[in-house]
Ligand binder design. Structure first.
Ligand code: PHE
Length: 476
């Protein structure tokens, strides 16, 4: 267990704390890990189905605005705080503003990590299952009539989904266990480029299907009448979720980065790649959905119910299906490690638990919360009958975890970080941190970022939260 002094681990240089904590070996490694965190189920599962439910192009426009004005500046706030603190998210708030309650924002992040991973790993498990289905049997039986009921019957099973969820958590824990450089950085360096290649192949396949144009029109021709009161809250929540902002994941990754890295550039690259992957996922999915005359607005089942029907019919569908689910699984895995790392870093840095023990205990604890999540995804699930009251309506446990974390904890966490920047940290220190040792602290872009992060970003978050809550109460 805790040996009280983490420096004892490092025989070569007892005062080099960074070495003891581990560190990304290269700028590229850090960038790929951050892209790996950002690109995940948010891009390939949530973005397409939420876009589908909210009418397509108009929603995409709001989403892009939320990325640029709200989520990207907040990502950079997290990056700068994390590298400045060189410790866990909770520890960073404590270090910069000792004796104040700001650390509670870090604590909310660690809790959000728990919550998000518990349902995220369930969905990652389904992805794994669907990849294996492709390998073992193919998607031939996933016809229009059968696909929905096959998926429905699978997710309500009491054991199988939990086994897949367990495998997903185990793989995540193995990578975390191996450490920052040997685990997270190495995995990201192989998996993220691989993901890019598979995605591009899938896009080519989808847009070359006869009838693909309707899908492209759905994505790129806005119809603003399709938006509703919660569209904006969905857009901002998704923007945070997809950039991994608001729970200290990016803060934690940045705490393992050297001072030479220009955080502003990395944040911009992450946002560009992440948005690119979301759009490309849409292009890989919607043209195929329209080409086969299926429904774009089928909700969370879009990739599990609608797509297998396409794989069952299209030329080379089996291979495409396996590649698709493999792609999503990689994306999910590189995100899961970033959701778990803040919890592990907190145990290691703040509670002096050894990394291996911290990984094992966090993995088990998250899996245990994940079990009831997994058992409440559907009305017909074992725990599906239990409804928890929420803002005038009521939600199943799984949906509650998803909604509370994505639409409330992440925006609030990001709001807290921006307010911290404004009220408890110094402008000069923040800008110098973003620029790194080689960067230009007078750059107009950095001034613009700071200004945005302490004004428009928090105001925007607040407005969207209030708007969303009022909309939900109105609906309820
Ligand atoms: N960004 C990830 C995705 O799009 C999810 C995530 C959320 C990762 C929060 C880390 C923190 O799937």
């Amino acid at each position: 267990m805790a040996d009280g002094n983490p420096h004892l681990h490092d025989q070569s240089d007892p005062i080099d704390e960074q070495h003891v904590r581990g560190k990304f070996a290269s700028r590229l490694g850090f960038m790929l890990a951050a892209v790996g965190s950002a690109v995940g189920l948010g891009n390939i599962w949530k973005f397409p189905y939420i876009t589908g439910e909210n009418g397509g192009a108009a929603f995409i426009l709001i989403y892009l605005a939320c990325i640029a004005v709200v989520a990207l500046p907040a990502l950079l706030v997290e990056f700068s705080l994390g590298r400045h603190g060189q410790t866990s998210a909770i520890g960073t708030y404590r270090k910069i503003a000792p004796g104040t309650p700001w650390w509670l924002n870090g604590l909310m992040g660690v809790l959000a990590g728990f919550i998000i991973l518990s349902f995220y790993s369930a969905v990652a498990g389904w992805v794994l299952k669907y990849m294996i289905v492709g390998i073992v049997d193919g998607y031939g039986t996933y016809t229009k009539e059968a696909s929905g009921s096959t998926f429905g019957a699978f997710i309500v099973q009491p054991v199988a989904p939990i086994v897949y969820q367990f495998i997903a958590m185990l793989l995540t824990s193995v990578i975390i266990y191996a450490g920052i450089e040997k685990g997270i950085e190495r995995a990201s360096k192989y998996l993220v480029p691989l993901l890019g290649v598979i995605l591009i192949l899938l896009v080519v396949r989808s847009v070359t299907l006869p009838g693909a144009e309707a899908g492209l029109a759905f994505m790129f021709k806005p119809d603003f009448s399709k938006l509703n009161a919660t569209s904006f809250l969905n857009a901002v929540g998704l923007a945070f979720f997809t950039l991994s902002v608001g729970m200290g994941a990016m803060m934690t990754y940045a705490s393992y980065v050297g001072k030479e890295v220009h955080l502003g550039k990395t944040a911009l690259q992450v946002a560009v790649f992440d948005t690119g992957v979301a759009i490309l996922s849409g292009i890989a999915i919607f043209p195929a959905v329209f080409a086969f005359d299926l429904e774009p607005s089928s909700g969370p089942g879009l990739i599990f119910i609608t797509l297998p029907q396409i794989f069952a019919q299209m030329p080379m569908g089996r291979l495409v299906g396996i590649a698709f689910f493999f792609l999503i699984f990689i994306a999910a895995l590189t995100s899961m490690i970033s959701i778990m790392e803040p919890v592990v870093t907190w145990l290691v840095d703040d509670l002096n638990v050894r990394r291996h023990l911290a990984t094992a205990s966090a993995g088990v604890a998250i899996f245990l919360v994940g079990v009831p999540a997994c058992l409440s995804v559907d009305d017909a699930s074992v725990l599906g009958g239990i409804k928890i009251p929420f803002f005038g309506g009521s939600l199943k446990f799984f949906d509650l975890l998803d909604t509370v974390s994505q639409n409330f904890m992440l925006p609030l966490g990001a709001l807290g970080a921006c307010l911290f920047l404004l009220l408890a940290w110094k402008r000069g220190a923040a800008i110098a941190e973003v620029a790194g040792t080689g960067g230009n602290t007078n750059s107009g872009m950095l001034q613009l970022w700071y200004w945005c992060a302490v004004t428009i970003t928090p105001l925007g978050i607040l407005a969207l939260l209030v708007h969303g809550v009022l909309g939900m109460i109105g609906k309820g």
